[in-house]
Design a protein around this ligand. Structure first.
Ligand SMILES: Cc1cc2nc3c(=O)[nH]c(=O)nc-3n(C[C@H](O)[C@H](O)[C@H](O)COP(=O)(O)O)c2cc1C
Length: 189
């Protein structure tokens, strides 16, 4: 798998899903892509049990188990989240805690992948949430394509994101840059 897009909204077919799909469509010009809407999956919070430190596995048996190998095999991870009170969604936060802990305890399996963060909110808090996603990437050794303005969109009700024309221009340029970096690195991350 080339690129995996994780949709962190609990609302199916909402604004986050629309943007992540749009970004993956740009990457699909060069790579195989897969969309993972977490709303369809059961993902509970990390228990902090630290069992993964000795086994490299998460002891919680839910849909995280099926998603982890897809991300481990991918070269590009696109994370999308709505703004929830100036934070990422609790659903994505639960997922990232477990993704981070398990990958760290399996020899830092995320290191060297390319990470893209997309944030959607009705009005405020977007950049704080983007910073949360970028810090996750930074901690885990991702290559983070920058520039081309902020990868944040504005929209509240379902489909409202389509009215934010600027974000689509930003994502076109950003995805083209991501593909360029991917090709420069020879896909060997
Ligand atoms: C619990 C909750 C908290 C929210 N907090 C914010 C916020 O702090 N700032 C903001 O701009 N929008 C906030 N929103 C609005 C969502 O970010 C917005 O509706 C977004 O488009 C939802 O994405 P979705 O359609 O993918 O679910 C909040 C929505 C919910 C349900």
């Amino acid at each position: 798998m080339g690129a995996v897009g994780v949709v962190g909204s609990p609302r199916r077919r909402g604004n986050t899903e629309y943007l992540v799909k749009y970004y993956l469509k740009q990457l699909a010009k060069e790579l195989a892509t897969e969309l993972i809407p977490l709303a369809d999956r059961k993902i509970v919070a990390c228990r902090g049990c630290r069992k993964c430190q000795s086994t490299g596995e998460c002891i919680i048996q839910d849909d995280f188990q099926g998603i982890y190998p897809l991300i481990a095999r991918s070269k590009i991870l696109v994370l999308g989240t709505p703004v929830y009170y100036s934070s990422m969604s609790p659903l994505l936060s639960s997922f990232l805690s477990r993704l981070g802990m398990v990958s760290s305890n399996r020899g830092r399996e995320l290191t060297g992948k390319i990470g893209v963060g997309l944030v959607i909110g009705r009005r405020a808090g977007h950049n704080m949430v983007l910073a949360q996603l970028l810090q996750f990437y930074f901690y885990h050794g991702f290559v983070i394509p920058g520039g081309h303005y902020w990868t944040i969109g504005f929209g509240g009700g379902v489909g409202e994101i389509k009215k934010d024309r600027e974000i689509f221009e930003v994502l076109n340029a950003h995805a083209a840059f991501t593909l360029k970096i991917f090709k420069k690195l020879g896909g060997d991350l």
